[in-house]
Design a protein around this ligand. Structure first.
Ligand SMILES: [Fe+2]
Ligand SMILES: [Fe+2]
Length: 192
């Protein structure tokens, strides 16, 4: 349902387990970036049907996730410090074609794939973290990010022919896996 070309490797949670606070900081930054991506699309594609309303709602939800992450960090006495991000998003953004209307399609699909991968990772965290409150939070986020995935791909299908969307989604899904693998040695939400 999430259109990921490959699932997360089985050892990922073991790899990040000892760095949970780092993952939480990374996650807070990620929510902020998700809001920023949606907002920039509201600016750029205001005239496209569905964009201002639907992505406006995404901006609000991502900012709510961001402030909830701030609460979680505060409870754990962890400072929101700057963190070098995984190369993941940068690698994916590099795959966005520069000319319109391809750019619009690619932006929607890349945003959708990032939501899908986050969603998959949140489900892993929801299953494994050794903190009931945090586990429940991740299970809740799983649903929210799955809805965002559906929303972004739904907008793509609304504005572009079905076959074009499926073909490009398939191409970008393979690029998404390579982007994950590019950040293999640092523990991040989007590391391999
Ligand atoms: Fe979010
Ligand atoms: Fe999201």
């Amino acid at each position: 349902m999430l259109n990921l070309a490959e699932p997360t490797r089985p050892g990922w949670y073991d790899f990040i387990e000892d760095h949970l606070d780092l993952i939480l900081i990374d996650h807070a930054h990620l929510e902020k970036r998700a809001a920023s991506t949606a907002l920039s699309m509201v600016f750029r594609y205001t005239g496209r049907e569905g964009v201002p309303r639907q992505l406006g709602e995404v901006v609000q939800e991502e900012m709510e996730h961001f402030t909830r992450m701030l609460d979680i960090l505060e409870e754990r006495d962890v400072e929101l410090r700057r963190l070098e991000p995984a190369p993941y998003a940068k690698e994916l953004v590099a795959a966005i074609r520069p000319e319109e209307p391809h750019k619009f399609l690619d932006k929607l699909l890349v945003a959708g794939l990032i939501e899908a991968r986050s969603c998959e990772r949140f489900s892993i965290l929801g299953e494994h973290v050794d903190d009931d409150g945090l586990a429940a939070f991740y299970r809740e986020l799983f649903e929210a990010e799955a809805n965002h995935y559906t929303l972004y791909t739904g907008l793509a299908r609304r504005h572009f022919p079905q076959q074009e969307v499926e073909n490009r989604l398939d191409e970008l899904a393979h690029i998404e896996v390579e982007a994950l693998k590019a950040g293999c040695e640092i523990p991040r939400l989007h590391s391999w």
